[in-house]
Design a protein around this ligand. Structure first.
Ligand code: FAD
Ligand code: NAG
Ligand code: NAG
Ligand code: NAG
Length: 433
């Protein structure tokens, strides 16, 4: 591991725009794997995460581990329990009959385990690994321009600017950096017609009120028509993270523009009304969703590229997706790991940076877009329970079997190795390195 106070080990300067989960993981990864001191520019006055849970699959944990972040996260949180992310699907209605237990018949291996984690706890843990001298707040990037010497000048809303050779856009689904990468006028960001009501409830409270399903271990998905609910434990099973989705299928996808804020507090009654007639365990959960927030779920249409010259997008900036497979940030961590590994390579320097980013792009675009498209499809399946072709447990199994397999079981090291071999073959890297 390199000393974080050591000067930059490379002949190029790196700026990261956005200090969310992916931007901060990237800052740590660059310092630890490549000896690069990146500067992080965050629009908000401090690093902050929404007070909710997030599920991290086995592939997300592997990427975090390789970035040197996982141990700190597990040590700093009450979320250390690795659990099966294999979802149990139950009917949202009546007595919540079991519909499908994802791969439950096979043995639980480390390759099937992940964690549910409280987002602010993740951030607190990662922040301990970031040099505060490299982080800058109230820096909302507005644009990026090229300098005469071939570097970039990053402009901020406060009128200041910063120069860097490599710019990493980790500025989330509303990314400004994306406009510097995607040249077409085509609209790539869409409202999915799905809203999500979110909240946290102590598990004890649910049990006291007679909830029958044991929520202490597994991830549950309550399925129905046009609606579904995901619930999973965080904080060692003490708190249940609840996300209730509802889709308006009366309007074509992409036809509705959300002009107001994408997150707003709503009266609990709105949620209770939406799920009227659903089964008893659902009603117990929703009765305890005291101050729900409503999220307008947006998704990108798959981008053709995540890079332009020496600008690279990571995380939601590159592939903001529907959360239905709990895999969005995991793809972001994979981006960050691959990028850090390629930048860390001894042959990587300013003169071949564009080739290195092309190798990053070739690996990440197909994979992240595959996950994006699967995530969308998963939401459609969850909200079709009861429709023809999805009526029985067997029907649902037919649609869901194996859906997480390519996401969870992927060898990133093999990806990186093949990218490096390609760079050597093309002469961007000298073959001896
Ligand atoms: C309801 C819901 C549930 C979800 N559940 C899961 C789950 O279980 N598992 C999972 O893997 N994913 C889940 N996701 C997706 C996950 O939240 C995102 O993939 C993840 O937050 C993306 O991280 P990021 O760092 O790329 O972007 P963000 O978290 O959006 O961070 C971007 C950062 O950049 C800053 N910023 C923005 N614009 C600028 C600018 N112009 N200049 C400077 N800074 C800027 C922002 O303030 C922010 O700090 C869920 C999403 C939703 C909405
Ligand atoms: C698998 O499913 C069966 C039947 O629902 C259940 O009894 C068992 O506990 C499950 N196993 C695991 C590992 O969850
Ligand atoms: C950059 O790396 C390449 C490939 O390893 C090498 O050929 C070249 O001399 C390096 N350039 C500089 C300026 O170090
Ligand atoms: C999980 O199920 C899928 C599809 O049925 C199968 O391909 C995969 O091998 C299973 N995983 C394990 C660990 O059994």
């Amino acid at each position: 591991m390199s000393d974080p106070r050591k000067p930059n080990a490379k002949d190029f300067r790196v700026a990261i725009i956005g200090g969310g989960m992916c931007g901060l993981a990237c800052a740590v990864g660059l310092a630890r794997l490549a000896g690069i001191q990146a500067e992080v520019f965050e629009a908000a006055p401090k690093f902050e995460e929404v007070g909710a849970g997030v599920g991290l699959g086995p592939n997300a944990l592997r990427a975090l581990d390789r970035l040197g972040v996982l141990d700190a996260v597990l040590a700093q949180t009450e979320d250390a329990d690795r659990t099966a992310r294999r979802m149990v699907f139950v009917s949202g209605l009546d007595q919540h009959e079991e519909v499908y237990d994802y791969n439950n018949s096979s043995e639980l291996t480390p390759a099937d385990t992940g964690i549910g984690i409280y987002r602010p706890a993740f951030l607190d843990a990662v922040l301990l690994l970031v040099d505060p001298k490299t982080t800058h707040f109230n820096k909302r990037c507005t644009s990026v321009s090229s300098t005469a010497s071939g570097a970039y000048c990053i402009h901020f809303a406060d009128g200041t600017s910063h120069e860097a050779d490599l710019v990493i856009g980790a500025d989330g689904i509303k990314s400004v950096l994306r406009t510097a990468v995607v040249s077409t006028e085509k609209k790539v960001l869409q409202f999915t017609n799905t809203v999500a009501y979110r909240g946290l409830v102590p598990r004890e409270t649910l049990e006291r009120d007679g909830m029958k399903i044991d929520m202490s271990q597994r991830v549950y998905c309550f399925v129905g028509i046009d609606k579904h609910i995901i619930a999973f434990p965080i904080r060692s099973g003490k708190i249940i993270n609840i996300v209730a989705f509802a889709t308006d299928n009366s309007v074509p996808a992409g036809s509705v523009e959300v002009t107001g804020p994408w997150v707003e507090p709503v009266p609990q009654q709105e949620v209770l009304d939406k799920y009227e007639g659903w089964g008893p365990d659902v009603m117990i959960m929703l009765n305890h969703l005291k101050n729900p927030s409503k999220w307008f779920i947006h998704s990108l249409t798959p981008l053709q590229t995540f890079i332009r010259e020496k600008i690279a997008l990571v995380g939601d900036a590159a592939h903001g997706m529907a959360p239905h497979l709990g895999s969005g940030v995991g793809q972001g961590f994979e981006d960050v790991f691959v990028l850090c590994e390629l930048l860390a390579h001894p042959s990587t320097n300013l003169s071949n940076l564009e080739d290195v980013l092309k190798a990053y792009d070739a690996l990440r675009v197909p994979r992240a877009n595959m996950v994006l498209e699967r995530s969308h499809r998963a939401g459609v399946i969850y909200e079709a329970y009861g429709k023809p072709g999805y009526e029985s447990a067997g029907d649902m199994e037919g649609h869901l079997a194996g859906i997480w397999e390519p996401i969870w079981r992927h060898d990133l090291d093999a990806d990186v190795a093949s990218a490096i071999a390609g760079l050597q073959q093309r002469g961007a890297f000298s073959a001896a390195d």
